[in-house]
Design a protein around this ligand. Structure first.
Ligand SMILES: *[C@@H]1O[C@H](CO)[C@@H](O)[C@H](O)[C@H]1NC(C)=O
Ligand SMILES: *[C@@H]1O[C@H](CO)[C@@H](O)[C@H](O)[C@H]1NC(C)=O
Length: 341
C-alpha cells in the first residue's frame, strides 16, 4: 500500500509542464557552465599545490620553515577536495567547457627544479653511462618523471672532440638522439687537463639553461641515492650561497712532471696542502654561486684540479661551506648518499 502510494506521488512530481522542465534544464546548464568555469581555474592550482605537498612532506625534512608548515596545512585542506575537483575538471573538459587553448595559456607556472645534476663523462665511456642510466638516473619516461615530479634534472655532460665533427662527436650525437640525456658543451674541447675549465663551463651554461635551486657535479663512476640527495639539499634551501660536499684539503704537487703538478703550488701556504674544498666526485653549489660563475667566468682562474678550482672561486666569497660526510662517495664510508665504483 505504502510503496504504491509513494510511487504515485513520485510520478506526480515528474510529470510537469514542459515549460518548467525547460527552465529547469536551462538553469542547470547555466549553473554547470559557471561551476565548470570556476573549477578549471582552481583545479590546476590545487593539483600543483598537492604535488608540492607530496614533494615537501615526502622528503623527511626535519627542519621546516613556518612558511612551509603553513603551506602544508593549507595543502592538506585543499587535497581533501582535490580528487573531487579533478573528476569535475575532467568532466568539464569532456563537455567542452575547457578549451585546449585556454587550459594551455592558463597553466600555472611550476616551481623551479630543485637541482640540476651534471654527470661528467667522456668519449669511450658509454658503458659507464649505460650503467648509470640503469642504476639511478633512469631513461625516457622515468627521467622525465624525475624532472617533473621531483624537480631533479639529470644530464651527462660532455664537450666536443678536438677534431670537431669526427666519429666521437657523431657517436655522442647519435646516442643523445636516442636518450636525450646529454648536455653538450659546444665550446669545450674534451681533454683531461681541461677538466677544471669543463667544470666552470658546466656551471655557467647550466645556470643559463635551467633556473634551479642547486647545481651538482658528479663523476660518471659514482652512484647517487637521489632521495637522500633531495633530503640534504632541502635542508639548506634557506641559505643564500651554499657549497656542499665532502670537504678535504689534499696534497699539492709541486714537482714538474708529477701527475697532478700544480704550477701555482707556491700560492698554497707551505706548498703542501690546498685550502678546504669539496671532493670532486660529487659536490653541489646553490643557484647564486652558479650565477656568480656564469657572470664572472672570464676572470675566474683554474688550477690543476677541478675541485680545487671550484673551491678557489668560493673561498673569498661570503659562502656557507657545508662539510657533508654523506657526499664522501668512497666505497668505505657508510651512510653516504653516493658511492664510487
Ligand atoms: C682554460 O680556459 C682558459 C680560458 O679560456 C684558457 O686560457 C686555458 O688554456 C684553459 N685550460 C687550462 C688548462 O687552463
Ligand atoms: C660577478 O658576479 C656577480 C653576481 O654574482 C656580479 O654582481 C659581479 O658584477 C660580477 N663581477 C664581475 C667583475 O663581472
Amino acid at each position: 500500500m505504502q510503496s504504491k502510494g509513494s510511487s504515485v506521488r513520485f510520478t506526480g512530481m515528474v510529470i510537469r509542464s514542459p515549460i518548467s522542465t525547460l527552465m529547469l534544464s536551462m538553469f542547470a546548464t547555466f549553473a554547470s557552465l559557471y561551476v565548470a568555469g570556476r573549477l578549471w581555474q582552481d583545479a590546476e592550482n590545487r593539483v600543483y599545490l598537492a604535488k608540492e605537498l607530496d614533494r615537501i612532506t615526502g622528503l623527511g625534512k626535519t627542519v621546516m620553515s613556518v612558511d612551509d608548515s603553513w603551506k602544508i596545512i593549507e595543502c592538506r585542506e585543499q587535497r581533501k577536495k582535490l580528487s573531487g575537483l579533478e573528476m569535475e575538471l575532467a568532466a568539464a573538459r569532456q563537455e567542452g567547457f575547457v578549451s585546449k587553448h585556454l587550459s594551455e595559456i592558463n597553466r600555472t607556472p611550476k616551481r623551479r627544479p630543485l637541482v640540476v645534476v651534471g654527470i661528467f663523462t667522456g668519449f669511450g665511456r658509454k658503458s659507464n653511462r649505460d650503467a648509470i642510466r640503469k642504476a639511478w638516473m633512469g631513461i625516457g619516461a622515468t627521467l622525465k618523471k624525475m624532472e617533473e615530479e621531483k624537480g631533479i634534472i639529470i644530464r651527462f655532460v660532455i664537450g666536443r672532440s678536438s677534431n670537431r665533427g669526427d666519429s666521437m662527436d657523431r657517436s655522442i650525437d647519435g646516442e643523445n638522439k636516442q636518450t636525450n640525456d646529454i648536455f653538450i658543451l659546444e665550446n669545450h674541447v674534451e681533454a683531461p687537463e681541461e677538466l677544471p675549465n669543463k667544470t666552470k663551463l658546466f656551471f655557467a651554461h647550466a645556470a643559463e639553461k635551467w633556473v634551479a635551486d642547486y647545481y651538482a657535479k658528479v663523476n660518471d663512476d659514482v652512484y647517487v641515492n637521489v632521495d637522500a640527495l633531495t633530503n640534504v639539499l632541502t635542508a639548506h634551501l634557506e641559505k643564500p650561497r651554499v657549497y656542499i660536499g665532502c670537504m678535504k684539503s689534499g696534497e699539492v704537487f709541486s714537482e714538474r712532471g708529477q701527475k697532478w703538478y700544480e704550477p701555482d703550488w707556491w700560492k698554497f701556504g707551505d706548498g703542501k696542502t690546498y685550502f678546504r674544498h669539496a671532493s670532486g666526485e660529487m659536490f653541489v653549489i646553490s643557484q647564486a654561486l652558479a650565477k656568480f660563475i656564469s657572470i664572472n667566468r672570464s676572470i675566474l682562474r683554474v688550477y690543476a684540479h677541478d675541485d680545487v678550482s671550484a673551491g678557489s672561486w668560493f673561498i673569498g666569497l661570503d659562502v656557507k661551506h657545508v662539510d657533508e660526510r654523506k657526499f664522501c662517495c668512497s666505497a668505505w664510508s657508510s651512510g653516504a648518499l653516493c658511492s664510487g665504483v
